[in-house]
Design a binder for this molecule. Structure first.
Ligand code: IYR
Length: 218
């Protein structure tokens, strides 16, 4: 395949230093939110955040993801009912004592009203392989890593567009496949709950580790 010139727009050092610091300040303000306002979100914001996510790098450029934007109230209700059923079993018997202790500071339980209250749910699917025009299987590479990167870009884009989200992982979440009629070569990866925070939204008082503990420069 022919190469083409890289369309790279260099910044000055000063602009780069300034942007990186402001960008980090902004992303450090991001919090995972569990109570949402029913206020509508312009759909174009969601679509543009997804454009950013879909530009993520991926193994062999296979782009092994599919995003389903759920705005329909009945679908959201069905997802809530199915998720709460799994979550009830999780909190009642599936989770280990250690896991429940780790979750205690977050104050989560099996009730998931946000699945109906938030204006958008974005169900993210990972494609284990893809089908070409003839229906032949084409293998994907580094699919979990690729979908994780795309999801991270999406979360960052949503934050910088003035929205909040919750990375929700009802477990297991096979019900998303049926409710959203996705093909069998896809697997649900994550359910993002997206919108504006409720006016009285509270978040747990938890801290991040110092960056120096998480980053080494050698
Ligand atoms: N899926 C459950 C439990 C849960 C698990 C983890 I790891 C979290 O960081 C938060 C919750 C729930 O959504 O309540």
């Amino acid at each position: 395949m022919a190469d083409q010139p890289l369309n790279f727009k260099p910044l000055t050092s000063a602009a780069s230093i300034d942007f990186a610091a402001k960008h980090a300040d902004s992303l450090e303000q991001r919090r995972t939110v569990r109570s949402f306002s029913p206020e509508p979100v312009p759909e174009t914001v969601i679509v543009n955040c997804l454009r950013a996510a879909c530009a993520a790098p991926s193994g062999a450029n296979r782009q092994p993801w599919h995003f389903v934007v759920v705005r329909d109230s009945e679908k959201k209700r069905a997802i809530r009912i199915a998720a709460e059923k799994e979550e009830a079993a999780f909190y009642r018997e599936r989770a280990s004592k250690e896991w429940l202790e780790a979750l205690a500071p977050l104050g989560t339980d099996a009730n998931k009203p946000f699945l109906e209250q938030a204006p958008y749910l974005i169900a993210i699917f990972q494609q284990r392989f893809q089908l070409d025009a003839q229906g032949n299987r084409k293998k994907n590479y580094y699919a979990p890593e690729s979908v994780g990167i795309a999801t991270g870009i999406l979360i960052s884009a949503l934050h910088q567009s003035g929205l909040v989200c919750l990375t929700h992982t009802p477990s297991p979440m096979g019900f998303l496949q049926d409710l959203l009629t996705r093909p069998s070569h896809e697997r649900p990866y994550l359910l993002l709950v997206v919108g504006y925070p409720a006016q009285d939204a509270m978040v747990p008082e938890i801290a991040r580790k110092p960056t120096a503990e998480m980053v080494s420069i050698v």
